[in-house]
Design a protein around this ligand. Structure first.
Ligand SMILES: [Zn+2]
Length: 260
């Protein structure tokens, strides 16, 4: 007859155990976002995953930042940059968007791993040094308020803050507004992505003076088709921006690139 009496006690012990486990988990060092190995102090990625990350180095297209397989000489453009010039001036990315970069971005964006921002920001500062040396301000790509509310932070603003801390270029907050909610780009074709973000961004009239005549760098986590940053760049140009560059953490790169 002791069993029924013990059940609530067992349940209480189970609850206590899981509470203790949560307490222990939060005290443990963070895990590598890619392979889940425990990390040392201050590291954002374990040594093995770090060595597999694909950093984008020259030679690359002067306009789009897409890496070339061989060096065609300074200032040469990719076929894409000539065939369909973007609304922005130059784009640079720290790494190729592969499995490890995806794991990092997902941990950062959806698992509240804000501790990854300084490391990602450092790599972006290095990849964008040429752009940042000429920039007046950084502009994070804004989230719609509804998504900002559900995700609790804007990953682009967190990256812009880390980059600003590393290079000293100030961040212009709220100079670019997302005036229309857009659907997530996963699974959309390139024309669908362009249509989805068309007219989604705007510089509020009272912020035009902050943008006009200035050299700006748009900050985002991932560049896929480029539709989002292209629409942002168009809105900034309409507001009178003198120059608009793009700096992202990771960009999608097709396997082989030949300069022309
Ligand atoms: Zn790892």
């Amino acid at each position: 007859m002791a069993e029924p009496a013990r059940a609530p006690v067992a349940r209480a012990i189970a609850i206590l155990r899981s509470a203790l486990r949560i307490a222990v988990d939060t005290a443990l060092p963070p895990l590598c976002p890619s392979c889940r190995e425990p990390l040392g102090d201050g590291a954002g990625l374990c040594a093995a995953c770090w060595s597999k990350l694909s950093f984008i180095e020259p030679p690359f297209c002067a306009r789009l930042g897409i890496p070339f397989t061989y060096d065609p000489g300074p200032g040469l453009l990719s076929m894409e940059a000539i065939a369909a010039p973007p609304a922005y001036d130059r784009a640079r990315a720290a790494v190729r968007y592969d499995d490890i970069a995806r794991a990092l971005v997902h941990a950062f964006k959806y698992s509240d791993r804000l501790d990854l921002a300084p490391m990602m920001g450092r790599w972006m500062t290095r990849a964008g040094r040429e752009l940042l040396a000429e920039a007046d301000a950084l502009l994070p790509v804004p989230l719609h308020w509804r998504r900002l509310w559900s995700r609790r932070f804007n990953q682009s603003a967190a990256l812009a803050g880390a980059i600003s801390g590393a290079c000293g270029v100030p961040v212009l907050h709220d100079a670019l507004k997302r005036v229309r909610a857009t659907v997530q780009h996963v699974g959309l074709s390139k024309p669908q992505r362009a249509e989805n973000v068309q007219g989604a961004f705007k510089v509020p009239p009272e912020r035009k003076a902050d943008v006009a005549g200035r050299w700006l760098v748009l900050i985002d986590d991932v560049l896929t088709s480029g539709a989002t940053v292209d629409t942002c760049a168009r809105a900034l140009r309409r507001a009178g921006a003198a120059h608009v560059d793009v700096l992202v953490f990771a960009r999608v790169v097709a396997p082989v690139r030949t300069p022309i």
